[in-house]
Design a protein around this ligand. Structure first.
Ligand SMILES: [Zn+2]
Ligand SMILES: [Zn+2]
Ligand SMILES: [Zn+2]
Length: 170
């Protein structure tokens, strides 16, 4: 069952998002007999701190605070694991990571990214991916990477940050 994405709603109960994400991660890892070690779980939790993608280096101070080895390779290994398990996606245009709200079946991400506040929503990717696959097949093109990153302005930033044309004269 897919739920309405919440990340463009600034006032939602985000603790619930974090709780759900960790619960799903624990369930999936148990099912697949993968170890969600404390550092992997902490990295996942840090990434879920908001609906804005986080760069690997932004995770380092919090890991050090929690007493983990915060050398970049440690963090990258944890991120690799989380990506392999489909618990986080990499947003290449931002070189950053975002939690997947519906991990489980393997899928490519399709994202709406706000250029002003970086809030990012993962869309149901199947219809978009089908259209891409059909067009590619038609052209005999072999797809290797098909993450879709769409940049624009979220509803909050449209009202907080009017473009010059909409601004009142002083
Ligand atoms: Zn949330
Ligand atoms: Zn996803
Ligand atoms: Zn925004």
């Amino acid at each position: 069952m897919s739920k309405q994405p919440l990340s463009f709603q600034p006032e939602h109960d985000h603790d619930h998002c974090i709780h759900e994400a960790l619960k799903k991660a624990r369930g999936l890892c148990a099912e697949r007999k993968q170890r969600l070690t404390p550092i992997r779980e902490l990295v996942l939790q840090l990434i879920w701190k908001s609906h804005k993608p986080l760069g690997a280096y932004e995770l380092l101070p919090a890991l050090a605070d929690a007493g983990f080895n915060s050398a970049p390779p440690t963090v990258y290994r944890a991120l690799d694991f989380l990506q392999t398990q489909g618990l986080v996606h990499r947003i290449s245009s931002l070189n950053a990571f975002i939690g997947c709200p519906h991990p489980g079946p393997s899928h490519q991400g399709c994202f709406l990214i706000c250029r002003a506040c970086n809030s990012t929503v993962e869309l149901e990717s199947a219809p978009v991916q089908n259209a891409i696959h059909n067009s590619a097949a038609h052209l005999g093109f072999i797809i290797e990477q098909e993450t879709v990153e769409v940049v624009g302005l979220c509803p909050n930033c449209q009202s907080n940050d009017p473009s010059p044309a909409q601004r009142e004269p002083e």
